[in-house]
Design a protein around this ligand. Structure first.
Ligand code: SF4
Length: 696
């Protein structure tokens, strides 16, 4: 890169699966080269701060290992032996295989599979236009948001909360179940501003002493899957100590007296036995909440990734309704702002061509689906052909052994459109090279704040890389799929989507860089009532009818009717004395950035954090090779002795490529794909395991 050339600074948006969706300023040196990436100073949420991994994005864009040309498998499945092939031949082969699958088993035998490797709507969701037009099997997205969103919506009636910038105006910021230092640094920007400007306190609730916990004034360290108990004890104290706002409760909530009565037995001693957190810490937390009107509850995804995660999210969200914190600027609760954007994606996704009789297959259960589980296949035909964009299920999906067995099937044809040779690309039949966000146009929604942002094409794609949109439209032509969206450019799709959604035009967005979609104070604070017909916050939700728009299945289970500790987690037992959570690493973002040298250098190698008092009886020393296992499989990695967890809890910061582990089995070998009630989801942080030192 010629650093003597003065770069242009161009506005963009972070495409990664991170709630912040930062507004970026990218240095562009020429038609092929970017330099540093910075956060936009004048974006009120980004406020000039982005994470280190995206600041170094040039490392990813100009990485020597990027896929540059289409490849065709020439060795055995999974051998990693590929030979170059032309785009025309590659697309013809994919189309031929899809048509063959459809002729043999019907259209549902083809399963387009995608996820959040890019959060741009055109590039991420355009694959649905192809599947609707061709009546391919649907994709029920369950890996991430279902439990958290359902739990929050259960109380409020819609997925929206207090303006996240109000954290800076709060007197108490509670960061619950999200290691913001690792996963959304902007939360820390606003929380620490409140501390600096107003003397606000920061409370963090988490399962290990991570970066966010270390920055908190009061870290509340609990065992995984016990957040509901903690929330109940806090509310118990609020009622007991006269800190509940009864005027607010009577006006805005559904069953306050029932809740108060129910919580009488859920005191801090009860919660301490479940959470492992000292009674005094729980009481100190409750005191802070009770004494602070402007208390802001920033609720994250992490603690929803348990089998009782939906109930836990709901329980935590109830606290602000007990104190009436919603009334005050800098008070209330927030998880995600999906509902404020009312984005009409029907054109991008081809929803007018959707056929509701076509089955939806659960993303998390890909292992069961590909290995022929009848229930997972919902009684339909086998999946014999796949197009995979923006995701890496061989690393990311739970029950990894089953996923690998599924992809090893000789009668399964897989096309992976990717940026790097991921674990999933390794097992494909055809691999297509994909663009990165600076190489195509797209729009992004910042669910962790309130912005719609444009990420325009800034440089030409390297080699023969093509965008997701190009591939979808090219395949549509070869497959005879018809929809007006296939004839549009990304910019046309963006322009019409904005107009249909009431957000102006592409030209306007381009001129302004982003749109602040924040509703007014009364709406964001639910001062005119919550989003249920009677305007009441639900302490007692009717779980099967919680208005979660992405519910494609119902998991029957007797969920607690009021906030509680729901005993459905994988509790440790004599065979599996430890509970394992697979929390996010700072240098990686899901399985992205596991190829960039600085992220790899920072993360080192796959390790599991073990409390020294748990390690000692097993003769495990810091740095020893250890094996974790359960009925799903076993994983080999290295021990890191760490006293910032409760006894019996193990933390493996992830996600590493499978090849980084001693025998190629990644951490998701240990995680389960059984769906979480009420609408599905994977419990990545809820695994009972055994632990032993490796002897060879
Ligand atoms: S903090 Fe999140 S949104 Fe911001 S640049 Fe980093 S990954 Fe992207």
């Amino acid at each position: 890169m010629n650093q003597t050339v003065r770069p242009r600074i161009v506005a963009s948006a972070c495409p990664h699966d991170c709630p912040s969706t930062c507004a970026l300023e990218v240095e562009v040196f020429d038609r092929h080269t970017i330099g540093r990436v910075r956060g936009a100073e004048d974006n009120a949420y980004t406020a000039g701060v982005i994470c280190a991994k995206v600041a170094r994005y040039a490392e990813r864009v100009h990485h020597p290992d990027r896929l540059m040309q289409p490849l065709r498998r020439v060795g055995a499945k999974g051998s990693g032996q590929f030979a170059p092939i032309s785009w025309d031949d590659a697309l013809a082969l994919v189309a031929e295989q899809f048509i063959r699958a459809e002729q043999a088993h019907g259209s549902e035998a083809v399963w387009p599979y995608y996820y959040a490797g890019t959060m741009g709507f055109v590039m991420r969701d355009g694959i649905n236009r192809l599947r609707h037009a061709k009546k391919y099997s649907g994709f029920h997205s369950t890996i991430c948001v279902n439990p958290a969103w359902t739990g929050f919506i259960a109380g409020t009636g819609k997925l929206a909360g207090t303006d996240p910038r109000e954290m800076a105006k709060s007197d108490l910021v509670v960061i619950w179940g999200t290691n913001a230092v690792n996963t959304q640094v902007n939360v820390m920007t606003h929380a620490t501003r409140a501390r600096k400007d107003r003397g606000a306190k920061i409370v963090a609730v988490d399962i290990y002493m991570n970066g966010t916990m270390r920055q908190a004034d009061l870290p509340v360290l609990i065992r995984p899957g016990t957040d509901g108990a903690l929330a109940c004890a806090v509310m118990h104290c609020l009622f007991h100590d006269g800190k509940a706002d009864w005027d607010y409760l009577n006006r805005y909530t559904d069953a306050p007296r029932e809740l108060a009565e129910h919580l009488r037995t859920r005191d801090p001693e009860w919660a301490s036995r479940i959470t492992g957190c000292p009674t005094a810490t729980i009481e100190a937390f409750a005191r802070l909440v009770g004494e602070t009107k402007r208390a802001y509850f920033r609720l994250g995804y992490g603690f929803s990734r348990s089998r009782n995660g939906v109930a836990n999210m709901h329980a935590a969200s109830c606290i602000a309704a007990v104190t009436g914190a919603w009334r005050y600027e800098g008070g209330g609760a927030f998880h995600h702002n999906d509902a404020i954007f009312h984005l009409d994606k029907s054109l991008i996704e081809g929803k007018d061509a959707a056929d509701p009789s076509i089955r939806m297959l659960d993303q998390s259960r890909i292992g069961a689906i590909l290995t022929g589980d009848k229930d997972a296949l919902r009684g339909g035909p086998p999946v014999t052909a796949m197009l995979i964009q923006n995701t890496n299920p061989v690393t990311v999906a739970p029950e990894q052994d089953a996923v690998k067995r599924g992809f090893a099937r000789d009668d399964l044809f897989v096309c992976v459109h990717e940026q790097f040779m991921t674990d999933t690309a390794q097992v494909a039949d055809v691999v297509l090279p994909a663009t990165m966000f600076v190489e195509h146009d797209d729009i992004y929604l910042a669910g962790g704040s309130q912005y719609l942002l444009l990420g325009p094409k800034l440089i030409e794609p390297p080699g023969e890389c093509r965008s997701n949109h190009d591939v979808i439209c090219a395949l549509a032509r070869r497959l005879g799929a018809e929809h007006p969206g296939f004839a549009m450019t990304p910019r046309q799709l963006i322009d019409l989507t904005l107009q249909k959604s009431g957000w102006g035009t592409l030209a306007e967005l381009e001129a302004n860089r982003w749109i602040d979609c924040q509703p007014d104070f009364a709406t964001a604070h639910y001062l005119d009532g919550f989003a249920y017909p009677d305007g009441k916050f639900r302490f007692k939700p009717d779980w099967p009818t919680v208005p979660f728009g992405r519910a494609h299945c119902t998991v029957r289970s007797a969920m607690p009717s009021l906030p509680d500790h729901w005993e459905v987690i994988e509790e440790a037992d004599s065979e599996h004395p430890f509970r394992l959570a697979t929390s996010p690493a700072r240098g990686f973002l899901n399985s992205s950035f596991t190829e960039t040298p600085t992220s790899l250098a920072k993360e080192g190698r796959p390790e599991v954090m073990i409390h020294p008092d748990d390690a000692a009886p097993l003769a495990i020393a810091d740095g020893d090779a250890v094996t974790l296992g359960n009925r799903r499989g076993a994983v080999r990695l290295h021990a890191r002795l760490f006293d910032g967890v409760r006894r019996g809890v193990l933390i493996a910061e992830s996600l590493w490529p499978n090849k980084a582990y001693a025998d190629g089995r990644g951490i998701n070998t240990l995680t389960g794909a059984d769906p979480i009630a009420p609408f599905g989801g994977a419990a990545f942080h809820d695994n009972k395991v055994w632990l032993k030192k490796q002897t060879n």
